[in-house]
Design a protein around this ligand. Sequence first.
Ligand SMILES: Nc1ncnc2c1ncn2[C@@H]1O[C@H](COP(=O)(O)OP(=O)(O)OP(=O)(O)O)[C@@H](O)[C@H]1O
Ligand SMILES: [Mg+2]
Length: 224
Amino acid sequence: MAISVISLRDVRRYYIVGDFIVRALDGVSVDIGKGDFTAIMGPSGSGKSTMMNLIGCLDTPTSGKVFIDGEDTAGLEEDDLAFLRSRKIGFVFQQFNLLGRISALENVMTPLLYAGVGPRERRLRAKDALERVGLKDRMMHRPNELSGGQKQRVAIARAIVNNPSILLADEPTGALDTKTGEQIMELFSDLNKEGRTVVLVTHNVEIGMACQQQIRIRDGKVEA
Ligand SMILES: Nc1ncnc2c1ncn2[C@@H]1O[C@H](COP(=O)(O)OP(=O)(O)OP(=O)(O)O)[C@@H](O)[C@H]1O
Ligand SMILES: [Mg+2]
């Protein structure tokens, strides 16, 4: 097998709600290789978003290990974790999560600001990223002046602007109609062919089957 860029080892994530324990993930071990295109599938509440947040180091497991590029993320200092989250991993969400008061271009520039890139370079790189997702002619539009598919393209441009090797997307087509969803999937497929490791969550069987491999989860456990 190829080198794993993402590796979960017996990962559990429990939530305590009152005197009740929710086993959102209950002993999950998976390996995702460099350059893979993987779909995480499963019913609502099965633990898909929980798993994505752990892979993206937005959350830490109750027990078990999360390795990114062979590195145990539990052993990383806050600075290294921040670096990992901002440079190695790009995130795309179902509801786009764009800032409404600023243009598409400024939205895409935001991660570069946090990465300490200067203003000229920020603008150039954000323009490149928007061009890459086919939105060259919509750069000055604000999110409410864009269609759902266009908003998702802006979000994808923002996710790739730091040139991360891993792209994570939680239900990226969930808020889009079928045809727009297919176009967004084509974009993910192209980004994968350029060498990025892509992991996406989907409810949609056809979308899932279009990916190279599927991880099915149910009740916090890997089914297949
Ligand atoms: N912060 C939280 N506190 C308590 N329970 C939570 C929390 N977040 C998630 N859960 C529970 O963990 C389980 C898994 O949730 P998760 O969001 O990972 O599911 P999902 O597979 O992404 O579902 P969906 O397809 O609806 O997005 C659910 O039972 C949910 O209620
Ligand atoms: Mg979810």
